[in-house]
Design a protein around this ligand. Structure first.
Ligand code: ADP
Length: 321
């Protein structure tokens, strides 16, 4: 059952600097790494590494950064046949200047992402799930194309998940609220939950989302794990204890783990456990898509936690990466 993942694909550049320069300064970078990034590309890479059939819908430029943006998804075996190539706009790029104390200053350019054109309806044929990264809902033709895709998916009764982001909430919070009844799963982190449901406690906000029509809300809580809310009740599932180094891409890895388990029909606690394990291991390495764990690493972490063997067994049902 193929999952279509829609949203951004970026080239990420991590540049280590000795101190953040003043405007107009001429400053040396002491280490530099290019890697794949963008929330949708990260989720597609993670799903591919887990052995699930996945197709990525994103738009890149016709420039060398496009190869970097798609490298991790390609290496993970994701289907890239729906990728759009923009003849004029540059590939989305995120330049992070990293100070010695770990502080990161981002310079982000959305580039070709925002110009994603509406794909043909035939793109949805044979799919089992549509996952949308909310960056696709911020602006431009990408937003219009994504909304049209949601309509097409609904017409085919295709389950849809949405992972929130702050820029999309700031651009149109009420439009996102209007989408809630159309979703099978809503993902978000603590900040996004507070932006979506201002003035409420975490549990109160989760309850409000259910009343607004989303059947399942999964809130990512960083080193505290996650909160899973469904009409039958709320459950907190604790994180795995790891030495976190860089949490970029953790949320995307988490989403991939949760979807794998959900599509296998696993109980929600197992979905959350597998998701927490993927998020935790991704936090132990620098980078986003390039920091994703292998299935063997995941299995080892799960088997070491009492009660997580059922989640580890979910990994065996898929072909090796
Ligand atoms: P986002 O990247 O969307 O903001 P989080 O930072 O909450 O999401 O990370 C997603 C998931 O990754 C968390 O729910 C948790 O399971 C895992 N995770 C993130 N940071 C840590 C950490 N320091 N220790 C253990 N697990 C973590």
């Amino acid at each position: 059952m193929t999952i279509l993942v829609v949203g951004d694909a970026n080239a990420d550049i991590n540049a280590a600097i000795e101190r953040f320069p003043a405007e107009g300064d001429d400053s040396l970078v002491t280490a530099l790494a290019w890697s794949s990034g963008g929330s949708a590309a990260n989720v597609a890479a993670a799903l591919g590494r887990l052995g699930l059939p996945v197709r990525l819908l994103a738009r890149v430029g016709s420039d060398p950064a496009a190869t970097v943006a798609l490298r991790a998804a390609r290496a993970a075996g994701a289907d890239l046949s729906a990728i759009q190539i923009d003849p004029l706009r540059a590939t989305g790029l995120c330049y992070a200047a990293v100070s010695p104390d770990g502080n990161r200053t981002f310079f982000s350019f959305r580039g070709a992402n925002a110009a994603m054109a509406q794909p043909p309806a035939g793109l949805l044929a044979g799919l089992g799930w549509l996952h949308i990264s909310a960056y696709a809902l911020i602006e431009g033709t990408q937003r219009a194309s994504c909304l049209a895709l949601i309509d097409m998916a609904r017409a085919r009764a295709l389950p849809i998940s949405l992972d929130l982001c702050m820029p999309a909430l700031r651009a149109g919070r009420s439009e996102i609220v209007a989408l809630l009844p159309q979703l099978a799963v809503l993902f978000g982190n603590e900040l996004e939950l507070a932006e979506l449901c201002p003035g409420l406690s975490q549990d109160g906000a989760a309850g409000q989302l259910l009343r607004q029509g989303v059947p399942l809300a999964v809130i990512k809580l960083g080193p505290r794990g996650c909160l899973v809310a469904e009409p039958a009740g709320l459950q907190h599932v604790p994180a795995f204890t790891v030495a976190a180094l860089d949490t970029s891409g953790c949320g995307d890895a988490f989403v991939a783990g949760f979807l794998l388990a959900r599509l296998s029909g696993a109980p929600l606690a197992q979905c959350a456990t597998l998701a927490n394990a993927l998020g935790a291991l991704t936090a132990t390495r620098p980078g986003a898509a390039d920091a994703l764990p292998t299935r063997d690493e995941l299995r080892a972490l799960l088997l070491a936690r009492p009660g997580a063997t059922a989640a580890a067994a979910l990994l065996s049902d898929h072909p090796a990466n």
